[in-house]
Design a protein around this ligand. Structure first.
Ligand SMILES: Cc1cc2nc3c(=O)[nH]c(=O)nc-3n(C[C@H](O)[C@H](O)[C@H](O)COP(=O)(O)O)c2cc1C
Length: 206
């Protein structure tokens, strides 16, 4: 009998605070996704609980040597393989310093492995993405407002859009609530409700 392979969604939790609003969006998305796609696998990686290291010193040398030898099957590139193999990807992270917390950047360093998530020698940049996912959704909340005149200062959604393209993921979307540290509580609650509804709809239509 032919073995059925169910699509796998990778959810990357880059939230830091205990009562994270961004994680609320992620949880709304995940619950709606599980309801709408009960057969699919939902694989969640919580960055604050993982022990990723920045690629410096001996780690850098070690990774570079492995890449040079094409030895990409070890634990060093496990996160890259996990990211490359997912059918869809959701990343949730709040805005910190105009982009996202450093743990997310560390994660990006860890998944960026030539021969796993991208290849050299093709494409406009000299690299071409080789991830399986068709879609990447970025969920975020921002203390201030970045949809008006300050839109040029918003770097988190912008970076994930570029990374989706770099990794060969054709469809990108961002769902956000902003002004979370600026507006009165009732208004923030309203923005959060709207963002959660959008996240649920995105999950159902995934
Ligand atoms: C360390 C840190 C850095 C932040 N940097 C920004 C920023 O650059 N711009 C902004 O609008 N809000 C910033 N904020 C506010 C958060 O984006 C906002 O409170 C967000 O809703 C927090 O999401 P969370 O509840 O998921 O942690 C920052 C908050 C923290 C704790």
């Amino acid at each position: 009998m032919e073995k059925r392979v169910f699509p796998a969604l990778l959810v990357v939790d880059g939230c830091v605070r205990k009562n994270s609003r961004t994680r609320e969006l992620m949880e709304a998305f995940s619950a709606a996704y599980r309801d709408a796609h009960p057969d699919h696998i939902v694989d969640t990686v919580c960055l604050a609980e993982e022990n990723f290291s920045n690629i410096t010193g001996e780690t850098f040398k070690h990774h570079e040597a492995l890449k040079k030898q094409g030895e990409l099957d070890g634990p060093e590139f496990a996160q890259a393989r996990r990211f490359a193999a997912a059918d869809g990807i959701v990343v949730a992270a709040p805005m910190w310093e105009l982009s996202f917390p450093a743990i997310v950047k560390t994660y990006i360093e860890n998944i960026s492995a030539p021969g796993v998530t991208f290849r050299y020698g093709e494409g406009d940049t000299g690299c071409i993405g080789c991830c399986k996912a068709k879609k990447l959704l970025f969920l975020t909340t921002r203390g201030g407002v970045y949809t008006g005149p300050a839109s040029r200062l918003e770097l988190g959604a912008y970076e994930w859009k570029a990374l989706a393209e770099f990794f060969g993921i054709p469809h990108y979307a961002c769902i956000f609530a902003e002004g979370t540290d600026l507006f009165p509580a009732e208004e923030v609650a309203l923005h959060m409700e709207q963002a959660k509804k959008q996240a649920e709809t995105a999950a159902q239509e995934w």
